[in-house]
Design a protein around this ligand. Sequence first.
Ligand SMILES: Cc1cc2nc3c(=O)[nH]c(=O)nc-3n(C[C@H](O)[C@H](O)[C@H](O)COP(=O)(O)O)c2cc1C
Length: 230
Amino acid sequence: MLLVATGAIGVVHLPEWAMFLRVRYGWSVRVCLTHSAERLVSREALAAVTQAPVEGPAWETRRGVVPHQELAEWADLVIVAPATTNFLAKCAAGITDSLALTSVVCAQAPVLLAPSVPEAALARPAVQRNLRTLAEDGYHVVPMGRGVSAHRGAVAASGMPGLPAVLRVAARVLPAADDARAADPPLSGQRRDDARAADPPLSGQRPPRETPPVTPSAGPGPRRTGASRG
Ligand SMILES: Cc1cc2nc3c(=O)[nH]c(=O)nc-3n(C[C@H](O)[C@H](O)[C@H](O)COP(=O)(O)O)c2cc1C
């Protein structure tokens, strides 16, 4: 699954989320950062816990692939966490001025958005409109949670949802995605593993995807996570 991170303070939780998803659920996790996210979270920590190179914010073409297309096709689930007001607005408008946005807008898999919106911004009609548009357009907007504002320490109801809330939405969305894929055979380049067919119905657990190395010589080659499931 592809974890897209944008520049809200909740991004500091991402290494822990990624670690949990990889080790506990056995998912292959790749991360893509925006410029703002990169300033708030450790790229090295994310690479270590995902055992995969972190994508973005630069468009990396050394691997000889078009990065947003490769990511968009690879992902069987996309979670944007946290999703800033800025990212939500651009996504709602179909703007693709970063690798993260282009990957999300091009994604063929279900996209979950875990917003983190300042309380004052949430009151704006434009922000409400964007959230409605995203839901109408098929994005899965996870209800925001109560969070402590990094600014004043006050509790607000517009914080990034917690991982359990995100996974509840994922559990609802993924079986429907699998049904749609079964009815519509994958295009070339979109491989279904035998393991996927054998995988038990969702309890939040998905078959791992292979993760490509940064360069042909930089890693051990495509591999599965060694983590157990469940
Ligand atoms: C410490 C810090 C916390 C921030 N938290 C949020 C937030 O919770 N929600 C939000 O919409 N923007 C937040 N921002 C502002 C965004 O980082 C800014 O709008 C940025 O342009 C978003 O870029 P991105 O969407 O490409 O990541 C925060 C900025 C900083 C420096």
